[in-house]
Design a binder for this molecule. Structure first.
Ligand code: CUA
Length: 151
């Protein structure tokens, strides 16, 4: 009888781990890229929210920025928020793989065609934050930049 109990317990533990891993992958969005939000890269301009790229206030100190990346620019070109704001970025690429890196912050994301990238950042210090593409995307890669102004 003793042995059967141990067998049952170890089986139960394995099942528990499997359920936990499955939960992490699905519920916490840690699964492979195919499980993340996708978009048709040919129809970015017609697909919400990218049909209206721009900045929108969604809370007292909260902003949403919907942005497209394309060779060799960011749309919208310039973003301005008050100091202390948390900005939620929703990003996609209209062509090739680009990068979204913001100087003096931890923001650093790969932006791939067909995928929607969501990242957030709180901007406490006023200033001009340089936004750079940090994935080689062609002849104009070096010039692909914009800025976020925090006032
Ligand atoms: Cu876009 Cu490099």
């Amino acid at each position: 009888l003793d042995e059967k109990i141990w067998l049952f317990l170890s089986f139960g533990m394995i099942m528990g781990f499997m359920i936990f891993t499955g939960y992490q992958a699905v519920a916490l969005g840690m699964g492979p890229p195919s499980h993340k939000e996708t978009i048709d890269p040919q129809k970015v301009d017609e697909t919400a929210p990218f049909d209206e790229p721009g900045i929108k206030q969604i809370g007292e100190n909260e902003y949403e920025v919907v942005m497209t990346l394309q060779v060799f620019s960011f749309t919208p070109m310039e973003i301005e928020v008050p100091a202390g704001s948390t900005v939620h970025f929703t990003l996609t690429s209209k062509d090739v793989v680009h990068g979204f890196q913001v100087a003096n912050t931890n923001l650093n994301a790969m932006v791939m065609p067909g995928h929607i990238q969501k990242i957030s950042q709180k901007f406490d210090e006023p200033g001009e934050y340089l936004v750079l593409c940090n994935e080689y995307c062609g002849a104009g890669h070096q010039a692909m930049s914009t800025k976020i102004i925090v006032k």
